[in-house]
Design a protein around this ligand. Sequence first.
Ligand SMILES: [Cu+2]
Length: 286
Amino acid sequence: MKKWLLIDLILLPVIFILFPSLWSIGAFHPWFPPLASKLGGKIDQMVIYTLIVVVIFMLVGHLFLSWFIVRFGRQKEAETQTLNPKAETLLAVGISLLMAVSAEGGAMALARPVWKKLYIIPPPSHAIQVEITAQQWDWLVRYPGPDGVFGKTNPKLISFMNPLGIVPSDPAGKDDLVLKDEMVLPVNHPAVIYLRSMDVIHSLDLPNFRIRQDATPGMTIRIWFTPTKKGTYPIACSQICGRGHYLMQGKLKIVSYKNYQEWLQKEEKEVSGRGEKEGQEGEKSP
Ligand SMILES: [Cu+2]
């Protein structure tokens, strides 16, 4: 075998095709962030399936290309061949259909149940409710408090002390707990997020839970999931939303149900203590 043939046919495809392909499907080391949600595994399956199909198509395509180069590349003169439009159309349509059915069709078949569960099937009634409002450049996390109802909001009432503009006359809002860039949820318990944006399009990114959802002004988007592992995980924004985009970092703590309730009670006590203090001050002032 000639030397060039060895380099062309074995070494180059290994360096430029096989190695990056194997790397991209995580053959050498896993590059997905550690998984911590029930549904996330299905999303990983979809990503891996798509990568494998794409890698197979790319390898087959490159093998054909290499064969054509070896077979016809060293001819002194290129032979002109009569065009056969019928065969060319058939080949183009056939390959496109094959790719669409195997790559897109397979991914769709895997993705549909995940989509249905994330967006269409309503969350269980005992799910923890959290509202997340994105703003340049924070995540405002609101829990509804002991009454389980979020108080009404009015953008005209937004201030430093009332960043969500909760209407003070609405009793449902009195016990609402508002946090910045911090969220706590119990493990193995469903949680539903109502996602909103105050200014521009942001994107809530919870990589360990395989959740990435745009927050669009004027819309409240519901997503729900079940965390499966305790720990502290990042909250990020995956949509460039201004010069402080990089500041949109938060922490999501997944703890036991007991620890979650203890934490919530402590935080809620602070909210009610603050409310009582404000009430007393209001009575004192003329
Ligand atoms: Cu953002």
